[in-house]
Design a protein. Structure first.
Length: 255
């Protein structure tokens, strides 16, 4: 199947339009956004603008929660496809989706906010539910049912991305960040995806990392980190064609 993975949008309708048009141009089966979707929930105008663009171009969008998303409202959404609008689906944390060709994709949204203090002081919105919990990892493992995933879509990463340095002057965030990365790594170890796509760090990179499993075996995971949307499509959009059982060999679609 063909997917367009999209980085943090932070409620920027113009960046969403760039991604939607790219998805239509490439003829992908689905657009998957990796968290910090961020469209305003107090007013539905931005959501409706994105829905209209998706309907116009015939594109389906699926997204996970980041840290800058309204988690109580997301959790209140009903289960199933099109639970936001007919062309927009919120995919719950710790869920697994099997596509018609047999491709199995896991979803694990959430991460700690580096700007938590500023958000609390400025009233910009911070939600305690933003962080990945052990129960979320357990839900993912249960949903995977002992069968390796082909792809895992997360907001946070299982390893600190290249060029990102620890924020040593913020002990609270460092602790939360360490736990979040550890939980994503545990999810990778338990569900064995050969490919993981994530956002959060606003950096575009490709990397390969070894993963140790409970039986002491070691496999490799391909990491694709996406930048945030700033109108530069090549950095926050990544089109991949992925076959079941061949996640690590997913080929980049350039159009």
């Amino acid at each position: 199947m063909k997917f367009l993975f999209v980085g943090d949008l932070h409620g920027q309708v113009s960046d969403a339009h760039v991604a939607i048009e790219r998805a239509a141009e490439l003829g992908v089966d689905e657009l998957i956004q990796v968290g910090d979707w961020g469209f305003i929930w107090k007013s539905t105008s931005q959501v409706l603008q994105v829905e209209q663009a998706l309907a116009t171009f015939g594109v389906q969008m699926r997204f996970i929660a980041g840290n800058h998303d309204d988690h109580p409202r997301l959790r209140a959404l009903p289960e199933g496809e099109g639970n936001v609008t007919p062309h927009i689906t919120y995919q719950r944390r710790g869920s697994v989706l099997q596509y018609p060709d047999g491709l199995r994709v896991g979803f694990l949204g959430g991460a700690p906010s580096i700007d938590k203090r500023w958000r609390l002081q400025s009233g910009q919105g911070w939600w305690a539910e933003e962080e990945i919990e052990d129960s979320d990892v357990e839900s993912l493992v249960t949903a995977a049912a002992g069968v390796p995933l082909d792809v895992l879509v997360t907001h946070d990463a299982p390893f600190l991305p290249p060029g990102i340095t620890p924020r040593l002057n913020d002990g609270e965030f460092m602790t939360k960040s360490y736990l979040s990365i550890k939980r994503v790594r545990e999810a990778v170890s338990s569900t064995r995806p050969p490919l993981l796509v994530h956002g959060h760090y606003h950096i575009r990179y490709t990397d390969y990392q070894p993963v140790v499993h409970d039986d002491d075996s070691v496999t490799s995971v391909r990491l694709e980190g996406l930048d945030a949307g700033h109108g530069v499509e090549r950095d926050f959009c990544l089109a991949l064609e992925i076959a079941p059982g061949r996640g690590a060999d997913a080929s980049v679609i350039t159009g």
